[in-house]
Design a protein around this ligand. Structure first.
Ligand code: AKG
Ligand code: FE2
Length: 257
């Protein structure tokens, strides 16, 4: 088990770090069921695009991103007053899962200042074969680059950082279900297509200190949720109540009815 100090040193130096085995198998199995449930409920959405406006009305999603073990990790990076900014499952189906081109998250986000951390929770095993995350260590010290549109190839974001990336420096992040990778908003990262017979699903969770303002016009922001501590500068969505038959059932759901 890495100590907090080592994790923070790694993050400061490399722009990312990994925490192993943060969540238990039972909860990860529920997250995997959740992906199947979402895909049945929203058949027109791609597995790579399950998020944002779905989060705050989904009691399991809110329970998952509000898990104390995840918030304890987030707190190391953003301090004790923590809100959710956004969350997505990126579930790449076998054989056809799309790549995520090289990018810096901060180039996409309406946040001021850009203090935010991503926790990427592995729902499936992630390996080079099924399109695991890839990062360029140390690139978080670069400023945010312009984006350029990319519609010439199938890809999740439809855009990429307008820089030439030295892929020989890329590190593949091999993760097991329940592991959490943490990354900086400026780090260059992406992932290849899934050409393997195995699904590759991860959940991105973007946590902000409540001193970071979500500057989008729409307020409260669709997936803004106060998860720990003082509310700071934002307004937030209410927590959803669990309604049997409407929401996915999960351990502890009826306590949230
Ligand atoms: O899941 C992926 O392949 C990409 C994830 C990503 O870009 C992110 O977590 O910011
Ligand atoms: Fe990203």
């Amino acid at each position: 088990m890495v100590t907090r100090e080592v994790a923070l040193q790694d993050y400061d130096r490399d722009g990312y770090t990994i925490f192993r085995n943060v969540l238990d198998r039972e909860l990860i199995d529920e997250a995997s069921d959740h992906v199947a449930w979402l895909q049945a409920k929203y058949p027109d959405r791609l597995g790579e695009d399950l998020g944002t406006e779905l989060v705050a009305r989904d009691p399991f999603w809110v329970r998952l991103v509000g898990d104390e073990r995840l918030l304890d990790v987030a707190e190391l990076f953003v301090g004790p007053d923590i809100a959710l900014f956004a969350s997505h499952y990126i579930s790449k189906p076998p054989f056809s899962g799309m790549p995520v081109l090289w990018h810096q998250d901060g180039a996409y986000w309406p946040l001021e200042p850009m203090r935010v951390v991503t926790l990427w929770l592995a729902v499936d095993e992630a390996t080079p074969e099924n399109g695991c995350l890839r990062v360029i260590p140390g690139s978080h010290s670069e400023n945010l680059h312009e984006l350029r549109q990319r519609d010439d190839i199938d890809n999740v974001l439809g855009s990429e950082s307008a820089v030439t990336v030295n892929e020989s420096k890329a590190v593949d992040l091999v993760l097991s279900p329940g592991d959490v990778e943490v990354h900086h908003p400026n780090i260059l990262h992406g992932s290849d297509a899934n050409t393997s017979p195995r699904r590759r699903c991860g959940l991105t969770i973007r946590y902000i200190p409540t001193s970071t303002r979500i500057t989008s016009e729409e307020q409260p922001f669709v997936s803004a949720l106060l998860l720990r501590g003082e509310p700071g500068v934002n307004v937030y969505q209410p927590f959803p109540k669990y309604v049997a038959g409407e929401h996915m059932s999960f351990t502890g759901a009826t306590n949230l009815a």
